[in-house]
Design a protein around this ligand. Sequence first.
Ligand SMILES: NC(=O)c1ccc[n+]([C@@H]2O[C@H](COP(=O)([O-])OP(=O)(O)OC[C@H]3O[C@@H](n4cnc5c(N)ncnc54)[C@H](O)[C@@H]3O)[C@@H](O)[C@H]2O)c1
Length: 413
Amino acid sequence: MEICYPYIVDHTEPGTIPYQFEYGLMKTRNILVTGGAGFIGSHVVRLLVNKYPGYRIINLDKLTYAGNLENLRDIEDKPNYVFVKADICDFATVLKIMQDYDVDGVIHLAAESHVDRSIVDPFTFARTNVLGTLSLLQAAKACWLDNHSVISSEVEKSSSSYRRFYHISTDEVYGALEMTHPEGIKPPFTTKASSGEHHLAYGEEFFTEDMKYQPHSPYSAAKASSDHFVRAFHDTYGLPTVITNCSNNYGPYQFPEKLIPLFINNIRNRKPLPVYGKGENVRDWLYVEDHARAIDLIFHEGKDGETYNIGGFNEWKNIDVIKALIRITDRLLGRREGEDDNLITFVTDRAGHDLRYAIDSRKLQRELGWEPSLQFEEGLEKTVRWYLDNEPWMRRVTSGEYEKYYEKMYGNR
Ligand SMILES: NC(=O)c1ccc[n+]([C@@H]2O[C@H](COP(=O)([O-])OP(=O)(O)OC[C@H]3O[C@@H](n4cnc5c(N)ncnc54)[C@H](O)[C@@H]3O)[C@@H](O)[C@H]2O)c1
């Protein structure tokens, strides 16, 4: 059966490489990024397209409500960028793309990513996050390994060594940590990302790479399952894989169902700020560009079969993040700082809401030298400024379906 791509934007040609690299002066690679029109994916695609002009970056995205090509407008005409609209669950199309473009690296971010939606519709999460990952693994195995089902000789091992299936996962697979110190412990574990004034830990334990998986939400259960499949393909077939589990990301281009962009938009429009429970839940926040840098580093230098945690040692209670957002947004809008505190509205807590997440990312620091570049408040200010400056972007993504979704999620709480 002839498979046609439903929609493709390609300034390069399948099977060829950009002309300036054809004489082998620069190393070229064909990297398939899935979910590149989403929040984190768009930062990863931008970084790779700009940093590696000799690579062809193929962005495969289904463009669900969370995928937005506007996020990539600044690089969409670059000669080393290709966009293909496709579903990762469609194995035949995924396989064809991998063959046509001679893909030698996969950076897999496509997923359903919002916990609240997973509680309403777990099937979609199992389909995309588990079966979609399996479809990509099978395609990578078919392209890279199936002619040599067991990688036996040293030559074969080294020829496959530049191939890599990189699976992006979340800290939520580890479950929740206890909040043994609600008042906060001062850091002996300071990193550049932590602000001396605010950086506290709310418990003694952190998520490490060897921790038992204990997912609680349908989202984290589906991500955990996909992680297990990736490890199984490594252990069973020798597929060169790497997995990272990252903490909460924030920054530009995040769909405004997630806390930070949602609240900036609501503060601006003086709409209530629905805070789950008492806002005591603790999350570890990382600026999205720092995550993208880590992905680039691990894709190129991480070890096969390994897992790396990515986080900023930057724990914040939700209520403190929200108050900081109000202060910054008010100031940037010329209002009195804290003037909008009265928008905070406590709503019924999310079912099974994990209390505390905190990542121990020392393995990544120790082995690959990565560390976050931004203080949290610096990152928050940059983020608020971006959303305020990009009001038309916000207006476009919050029209239509979004309004219906918002009413369903928060209307009756
Ligand atoms: N956002 C975070 O804080 C965070 C933290 C840790 C890990 N992660 C992981 O990082 C990845 C990206 O997260 P995000 O926040 O950017 O998500 P997002 O929801 O913003 O983007 C997901 C992208 O995947 C695409 N997609 C969804 N289903 C697809 C399908 N079936 N086929 C092809 N494309 C599909 C969407 O169109 C969208 O562009 C996810 O795997 C997520 O689990 C996210």
